[in-house]
Ligand binder design. Structure first.
Ligand SMILES: [Zn+2]
Length: 89
């Protein structure tokens, strides 16, 4: 940490979920927001399996926090956006 050398580029630590509502702490959208999804895909580009594990743990916690929300909707929101299969588009 260097005071005064604040990076302007988005950091992985931003757009963190705010529980128990699971909204984005930076932009207020439902988490993971579009920006966070973009970050996650880059962060886990070579390790998609770990991304699934991470999102699965988030989904489990969110399912606990958001009991009123349909599970299928939460699955879609937390995991459904991840591109499946080989990393060839
Ligand atoms: Zn956000």
């Amino acid at each position: 940490m260097t005071p005064g050398a604040e990076a302007s580029e988005p950091r992985a630590g931003e757009h963190v979920p705010v529980t128990p509502d699971w909204t984005c702490g930076s932009c207020g959208d439902d988490w993971p927001c579009a920006t966070k999804r973009h970050h996650l895909l880059h962060e886990y580009e070579v390790d998609r399996a770990s991304l699934s594990v991470y999102l699965g743990s988030c989904l489990a916690a969110a399912t606990h926090d958001l009991r009123a929300a349909p599970v299928t909707a939460l699955q879609d929101r937390f995991i459904g956006w991840v591109p499946r299969g080989p990393r060839t588009f």
